[in-house]
Design a protein around this ligand. Structure first.
Ligand code: APR
Ligand code: PHB
Length: 384
């Protein structure tokens, strides 16, 4: 087989890139290790910056998002029960869209016209410094695809970054000593807005998927096991971390999904290796506190998509040459914001009383300073 671009991974990054390329008439094949239902079964975050909304619109994948997504004009922070409202519209004149990543993925799958090969096993990347090709096997038969470029959109555990010699790539990482235990429930959200709450027992987040479906999280130790958390234990813990009025309003029910995600900050540099490019979680991970993971992935592929189209259709290498530097500039700003939100709101066992006083001072500064709130809002809704 031959195609112009082989995309590894059919998560939101790979699917969005595939769509941008096919709209421009560039031929691409997506290779995905798992099945489509498996990919759609993963529950992930659900806040889209407006730039992401516009990208999905341009991709022709925005109709259901506009019909079912919830436009949020602000968010709430709470610190030991004291509440702070961050009004995005007032502070920076922008909004975000609450719409689950699973739904974004489904919409992108639905409109895709090009080939996606699911359950592609043993994907391997070859000669990406010269004439690139990718091999894989499917139902016991091996295949080879020759191409002009390879896009590694295969997430943190993918094969693309792992194919690089260690000397070619630098990695920067912080692993946090805790994770998020998340529960999905068919009950109306406790609040019209998302609530990010700091409490001495740990962080909690009240999020939502629709007027009848909510997503809640509590900070847990990194080695915590999901089996140790009955629904009752989860709801009790969540209530204790919320201010009393919110705790009172919380509607609970049987969980329809419950899982623990570790928190990590990670960046690989550079993002280009000859004809191979990394995008999305293959290139970087942010802790979920700033809701940046999906938005960063879409930002990468917007840049990479135009770069590849320019190279293949106009013979200009300017975009592919500058992709890594341009994408990393944006990535590091989102890394900084996600690290900062995480540092403000979680309980860090090792920082003790000093660390907690600093967090409280940071929160009081936000309460008292429009400039500080504006900075938070500007980053949360997405930097240009
Ligand atoms: N071969 C083929 N496909 C692979 C391989 C492989 N060796 N390894 C991983 N994949 C697939 C995974 O099964 C997954 O479907 O690559 C896809 C990567 O998708 P995501 O992990 O969703 O990553 P990405 O598309 O970059 O989206 C980033 O996902 O994790 C969240 O917070 C993150 O919201 C952000 C978004
Ligand atoms: C979610 O709804 O899953 C969610 C929302 C906001 C975040 C993280 C996760 O910051």
């Amino acid at each position: 087989m031959r195609t112009q671009v082989v995309i590894i991974g059919a998560g939101p990054a790979g699917l969005a890139l595939g769509r941008l390329l096919e709209q421009a008439g560039v031929d691409a094949i997506i290779l995905e290790r798992k099945s489509a239902p498996y990919v759609l079964g993963r529950i992930r975050a659900g806040v889209l910056e407006w730039g992401s909304v516009e990208l999905l619109d341009r991709a022709g994948a925005g109709a259901r998002m506009h019909a079912e997504g919830l436009v949020h004009h602000g968010t709430a922070l709470s610190f030991d029960g004291d509440r702070l409202h961050i009004d995005f519209t007032d502070l920076v004149g922008k909004q975000v869209m609450v719409y689950g990543q699973t739904e974004v993925t489904r919409d992108l799958m639905d409109i895709r016209q090009g080939t996606t090969i699911y359950e592609a096993e043993d994907v391997q990347l070859h000669d990406f410094d010269g004439k690139p090709w990718v091999s894989y096997s499917k139902d016991g038969t091996s295949h080879r695809i020759d191409c002009d470029f390879i896009a590694g959109c295969d997430g943190y555990h993918g094969v693309s970054r792992a194919s690089l010699p260690a000397s070619a790539v630098s990695t920067f990482e912080r692993v946090y000593p805790f994770g998020w235990l998340g529960v999905l429930v068919d009950k109306p959200p406790v609040d019209p807005e998302l609530i990010y709450a700091h409490h001495e027992r740990g962080f909690a987040l009240c999020s939502q998927r629709s007027p009848t479906r909510s997503r809640y999280y509590v900070q847990v130790a990194a080695d915590e096991k999901v089996e140790a958390w009955s629904d009752t234990r989860f709801w009790d813990e969540l209530r204790r971390r919320l201010d009393p009025q919110t705790a009172e309003r919380l509607e609970t029910g049987p969980s329809i999904e419950k899982s623990i995600a570790p928190l990590r900050s990670f960046v690989a540099e550079p993002l280009r290796f000859g004809k191979l490019f990394l995008a999305g979680d293959a290139a970087h991970i942010v802790p979920p506190t700033g809701a940046k993971g999906l938005n960063l992935a879409l930002g990468d592929v917007a840049l990479l998509g135009s770069a590849l189209i320019e190279a293949l259709q106009e013979g200009s290498t300017a975009g592919v040459d500058s992709y890594s530097v341009r994408a990393l500039e944006r990535i590091w700003k989102a890394e900084r914001f996600s690290w900062w939100m995480t540092s403000l709101l979680h309980v860090f066992p090792e920082t003790g009383g000093f660390g907690r006083r600093i967090q409280r001072a940071e929160f009081d500064y936000l309460m008292g300073s429009r400039a500080a709130r504006q900075s938070l809002a500007e980053n949360y809704v997405g930097l240009p």
